[in-house]
Design a protein around this ligand. Structure first.
Ligand SMILES: [Zn+2]
Length: 313
């Protein structure tokens, strides 16, 4: 793949057709530059940021801003996120006043690598993916966030940017809180900060588990683990997801994932069609999954992210 093709491929995945066509013209202008200049990460980021800024002005593409729709946050909605459900009084009032409940379609962009983060998202029934992308366009999921936590992990560690991309992988809704209000809550409310610390500790612990999982456990086990965790987070048996994205999320080839999913369907544990996977036998998936699901559940259940109806381990 040539550098120019790589740029076009990357942009095509993240912006609308109109934006892509406009940017394609920009790519033609870039053609005049040297290949190394186009590929240089710094220049690329500058080009991308400038392009995104121009699109924001034209209201075509707004990374980190509103998605398909937004509505007011209510006290009942706060209960759907494990961190926010513990807020009360003035803290809850602040979130209700300044936050908004955002519809999160698949591929909704939370933040990009090296981009300033402006909002904290608290999923209620969507799943966010933190993805590391290589220079050749290959990408792998390096972390996930559901209703047990928040997208603001870099902010919790003192950063304003990160080296990874973050976007919505399984559609649903999330509460968006502008960063100024997020930091105000975090610095003035000790209990809120403790909740965030507990989430961060569980998240980092699970990152280590995922590293071991990707190295030691087979594709079928990892598919089962991912599906079980996702079912816990979205609260339904039907998960909108293609084989291609699942392959990226568990770090396997698409062909291997298709074989693994085929085996799970043959066993009667799942079914899939038209870009969605349906869990039909949770107990069967539990028997198939590697131990990492149980580890994750123990880590995150301390935060109250799992429902009692999720079933026995
Ligand atoms: Zn595992």
């Amino acid at each position: 793949m040539s550098p120019l093709e790589w740029i076009r491929c990357r942009i095509k995945r993240t912006v609308s057709k109109g934006c892509y066509e406009r940017y394609s013209q920009s790519c033609d202008a870039l053609r005049q530059r040297t290949v190394h200049s186009i590929c240089a990460k710094g220049l690329w980021r500058v080009s991308e940021s400038a392009f995104a800024a121009s699109c924001v002005k034209k209201k075509r593409y707004a990374p980190g801003k509103r998605g398909g729709g937004a509505s007011k946050v209510t006290a009942a909605v706060l209960q759907e996120n494990a961190i926010l459900r513990h807020t009360d009084g003035s803290q809850a009032a602040l979130i209700i006043e300044h936050g908004e409940l955002v519809d999160m379609p698949t591929r909704y962009r939370i933040y990009g690598a090296d981009e300033t983060i402006y909002d904290a998202f608290f999923p209620t029934d969507c799943v966010l993916s933190v993805v590391s992308e290589m220079a050749d366009g290959e990408a792998i999921e390096v972390g996930t966030v559901g209703r047990e936590g928040t997208s603001a992990i870099p902010l919790l560690m003192g950063g304003t940017t990160t080296a990874n991309d973050c976007y919505c992988q399984v559609p649903g809704r999330a509460i968006r809180l502008p960063i100024a209000h997020f930091h105000h809550l975090r610095t003035t409310d000790t209990a809120f900060r403790v909740l965030l610390d507990h989430f961060l500790q569980a998240y980092v612990s699970f990152l280590g588990q995922l590293t071991a999982c990707n190295r030691l456990h087979n594709t079928e086990e990892r598919c089962a683990r991912w599906l079980l965790l996702t079912q816990d987070r979205v609260g339904t048996n039907r998960i909108p997801l293609t084989h291609e994205y699942l392959a990226m999320m568990i770090g396997s080839r698409r062909s291997g994932v298709s074989l693994a999913l085929g085996a799970l369907r043959q066993a009667g544990y799942i079914d899939y069609m038209q870009g969605a996977i349906t869990i039909t036998d949770r107990a069967g998936l539990l028997r198939t999954s590697c131990q990492c699901y149980v580890v994750a559940r123990k880590l995150f259940s301390k935060l109250g992210s799992h429902r009692e109806a999720d079933g026995e381990l």
